[in-house]
Ligand binder design. Structure first.
Ligand SMILES: [Zn+2]
Ligand SMILES: [Zn+2]
Length: 351
């Protein structure tokens, strides 16, 4: 017993380096060290001289303590780019609502898995995915996100929600990647991926998911020619957050967003579209689509005002990577209509 006390006296200097988790590890190893060193110690070796080095070596090998769990609702803007073109300024559409550290991913544009890594959100914690509509800048990495979670060690349940043909998209993704998946199952000792995925496909607005923490409601929005296209509202114990998806100014969305804490809304900067379109061969057709199916930086303020939201977060910027359109330029149009808080969304911003 006296020897154990002596060993423990050494721990504070080690613990101050490695933190509390290390202390537990040390206490576990305490017994092993005592057994291993007992004979040496009782035969007169200077135990105190041997142990600190050993303990410090172990301390260096130990992983850093896990970050403290954050409770409540956090919103992380993974990607705020609009349109299918990869670019340096913004990752494609994807936001995640974290409710007591459970992620609810909304849209999976290209880059979402990597953005989650940058945001320190473990892919292994994936649980819910919501897709607003099936334009590629919202769903391109839908299957890959689930795959990447699985390849990282995910072994739980994923529920996905969205309009048709989300079920077909899911099945075809799994079929397309069956060769790789079927190799990894025996080779890396993984469970099959398909039984982990539960797809919920729907064509009408209304409540789509509810658990003891979150209620999710969908509303049909206007994004021709994509139909159906949805906006989603998340009501959690401490916040209400709405995602417009892609839409023109839309009454259904205004109703859905009534009184919300945060409305994340897509936006186009019409005066700058000419520069974007100048480098595209099918410019006229594309301009027609953009104007007829999206919301201008002025109208977005009207939507926020009519919905009576507290904060408007601009996202899905089109043009996506024109550095001459500053944050202030994005916000000034909405500000002429809406006197609440306005934020120009940035990738990896947390709200
Ligand atoms: Zn889009
Ligand atoms: Zn779209």
């Amino acid at each position: 017993m006296r020897m154990k006390k002596g060993i423990k006296k050494l721990f504070p200097s080690v613990n101050s380096i490695t933190g509390e988790r290390k202390e537990k590890k040390m206490n576990r190893e305490d017994k092993g060290i005592t057994r291993r060193q007992w004979l040496q110690a009782s035969s007169g070796l200077a135990l105190a001289g041997l142990l600190p080095e050993e303990l410090l070596a172990q301390a260096k090998e130990a992983p850093p303590p896990a970050p403290a769990k954050k409770s409540g609702t956090r919103l992380i803007l993974l990607g705020n780019g609009g349109g299918p073109r990869p670019n340096k300024m913004r990752s494609q559409s994807s936001w995640v609502v974290m409710v007591n550290e459970v992620p609810y991913v909304v849209d999976c544009g290209g880059g979402v898995s990597r953005q989650m890594a940058f945001a320190n959100l473990p892919l292994k914690s994936l649980r819910y995915i919501f897709i607003t509509h099936h334009h590629s800048d919202h769903n391109l990495e839908y299957g890959s996100l689930m795959y990447n979670a699985w390849a990282t060690g995910f072994n739980g349940r994923i529920d996905t929600y969205g309009p048709p043909p989300i079920e077909k998209i899911t099945n075809l993704f799994l079929e397309m990647n069956a060769y790789d998946i079927n190799i990894r199952i025996p080779d890396e000792g993984r469970s099959p991926l398909k039984p982990m995925i539960f797809v919920h496909e729907f064509s009408k607005g209304g409540p789509v998911m509810e658990n003891d923490q979150v209620k999710v409601t969908a509303a049909l929005v206007n994004h021709p020619p994509v139909e159906p296209a949805f906006a989603y509202r998340f009501d959690t114990p401490d916040r209400s957050i709405v995602f417009s998806g892609d839409t023109t100014p839309c009454d259904n969305l205004i109703k859905l967003a009534k009184g919300a804490d945060i409305l994340g809304h897509e936006v186009i900067h019409k005066p700058s579209l000419a520069r974007l379109l100048a480098r595209i061969p099918n410019a006229d057709r594309l301009l027609e689509h953009i104007v007829a199916s999206h919301t201008t930086h002025i109208d977005v303020g009207k939507v926020a005002k009519e919905a009576g939201v507290k904060t408007l977060v601009l996202t899905h910027f089109v043009p996506v990577d024109d550095p001459t359109v500053t944050d202030e330029m994005w916000m000034e149009g909405a500000r002429t209509q809406f006197d609440g808080k306005i934020i120009a969304g940035k990738d990896l911003m947390e709200l």
